[in-house]
Design a protein around this ligand. Structure first.
Ligand code: AMP
Ligand code: ZN
Length: 498
């Protein structure tokens, strides 16, 4: 009996030892992603909290309208971030929230719930509106070849978690009650606003709209009442009946926008996790408030790396739903573009720089993407291969470029500068980062008739009968193919791509 227990202990110690050695080994071979952290205003190595596992939360859409291509710029950069982490051998757990309740028209504490407002306008329920635009959003994500997260988290399905978090904050004295809801008292949180203060100047503007009863303009709603008990009946119109409302310890109502991201990210990724991303507009209010309420509740650091993408601009202005200068993906498709043309365009700018949208720029991206498609089709025909050493060199160089703060413009430039020296294998590998759907490019279907014509042309060319060879070239053109004579023989490209 005793011997058996010693034996078990030894096995246990040995397993721990092996795990520890493995841990040290993983650390020593790990290549880190380098990313600009808004929190420290520096480019840092992303060192995961748990060995080679990354918890990644990205703020998702408010589903009251079609998302525009500005929004998708942010989701594309987040997709590149995730793909790069995966290529660096991290296991990424990715969560995106769906804001289907609580986002008010002023982005802060005032105004109406965006979804309830749209529901009234369209004479539908808030649920119908939210589910409809969520579905369209997910379809657009797929068309842009953005990998779906491991978890989609709807705010309306995490009310219990949000109430629990507010209860903790209440217990710790961070909240107070006014006539329209429960608010977070920012002055009680010593480090309030650190993220916002470290952000670039242009993003520091704060929402000035304030409710008179608030102690401090920056205090924000954790829970809003939709029908406060004892409210003056003449003010009830300020609290119209809503579709989405729930009982809570404080009264019937709905959660504020910021609390959903804290509650859901902590539920799925833990109180302290690795990476949190969004657009730069989220720095001063949404993310600042997320940090305050999460750290106040947990007494722990919330997120290690805050990553923010810059805007898509149109006519020098941010593309936005409220600016009414936006384009949807469907509108681009109606103009004859493939959603992946837009993805290519998004990759041509560094995620921290503004991207100026124009149809001309989109056309250039379309041409570049189609050019890649033709190159792949040619490579299918020539069956070009390169040595393992050359292949590894290309992959290393590309990863090394994108690894440094997700420099996709440099990555694309590298791909183009080496395009003559690589084969399909390397292009498709590069596309594991870029996500341009190049793995879906099929070899050209070349019929026997065309193959025979090519053979005939070849024999004319061998006999230096250029005239007849040219006649066949024209004939093949009628079938929709251009011939290019390469060192490996003639290769065809489809005319429908030019
Ligand atoms: P929303 O649905 O309005 O909450 O926005 C969803 C995401 O899109 C957020 O991460 C925003 O920061 C981002 N976003 C909004 N407008 C733009 C824009 N013009 N360019 C890039 N990202 C944007
Ligand atoms: Zn969020």
């Amino acid at each position: 009996m005793k011997i058996r227990s010693i034996h078990n202990k030894l096995i246990f110690i040995y397993t721990l030892y092996i795990k520890y050695i493995r841990y040290l080994y993983t650390l020593s071979i790990m290549t880190y992603l380098l990313i600009y952290n808004t929190k420290t205003r520096a480019i840092e190595e992303v060192k995961p909290i748990r060995v080679n596992k990354i918890g990644f939360y990205a703020c998702g859409p408010t589903v009251y309208q079609y998302a525009h291509i500005g929004n998708f710029r942010t989701y594309i950069f987040e997709d590149i971030l995730k793909r790069t982490l995966r290529l660096l051998n991290y296991k990424v757990k990715h969560v995106i929230n769906i804001t289907d309740v609580g986002h008010l028209t002023s982005d802060e504490n005032d105004g109406e719930d965006k979804i309830e407002k749209e529901a009234r306008r369209q004479r539908k329920t808030a649920y119908e509106i939210a589910r409809f635009y969520e579905k369209v959003f997910k379809k657009d994500i797929r068309r842009l070849n953005i990998e779906e997260p491991d978890i989609w988290a709807r705010a309306s399905e995490h009310i219990k978690e949000q109430i629990n978090l507010i209860k903790i904050l209440e217990k710790k004295g961070f909240t107070y009650r006014i006539s329209d809801g429960i608010y977070f008292d920012v002055l009680r949180f010593r480090k309030y606003g650190e993220l916002w203060k470290t952000a670039p100047k242009e993003t520091r503007a704060r929402d000035n709209i304030t409710i008179k009863e608030k102690k401090n303009p920056q205090d924000f709603a954790l829970w809003k009442f939709s029908a406060p008990s004892g409210a003056d009946p003449s003010t009830i119109k300020n609290f119209p009946l809503r579709d989405m409302q729930w009982p809570s310890p404080w009264g019937i109502g709905f959660p504020g926008w910021h609390i959903e991201c804290s509650a859901m990210s902590m539920k799925y990724l833990g109180k302290h996790f690795d990476v949190h991303a969004g657009g730069i507009d989220h720095i001063p209010v949404h993310h600042t408030n997320e940090i305050a309420q999460s750290e106040a509740a947990s007494n722990m650091p919330f997120v290690n790396y805050w990553v923010h993408g810059n805007f898509l601009l149109v006519g020098g202005k941010r593309m936005g739903k409220s600016e009414k200068n936006f384009l949807t993906l469907d509108e681009l498709v109606d103009k004859g573009f493939d959603p992946l043309d837009y993805r290519y365009l998004a990759l041509t700018a560094h995620y921290r720089s503004p991207l100026f949208f124009s149809l001309d720029a989109l056309k250039s991206s379309r041409n570049a993407r189609l050019h890649l498609t033709t190159i792949i089709q040619k490579l299918y025909q020539t069956k070009k291969k390169i040595s393992k050493k050359e292949s590894l060199k290309f992959k290393d160089d590309l990863l090394e470029t994108v690894r440094v703060d997700l420099d996709t413009p440099k990555g694309l430039a590298l791909l183009w500068s080496r395009i003559e020296d690589i084969s399909i294998n390397e292009i498709l590998w590069a596309d594991r980062i870029f996500g341009l759907g190049l793995n879906k490019v099929k070899p050209l279907k070349i019929s026997n008739k065309i193959r025979n014509l090519l053979k005939k042309r070849d024999s004319y060319r061998k006999g230096k009968n250029w005239k007849e060879a040219d006649i066949i070239r024209l004939e093949i053109k009628k079938y929709g193919f251009e011939i290019e004579d390469s060192s490996r023989g003639p290769v065809l490209t489809s005319l429908s791509f030019s």
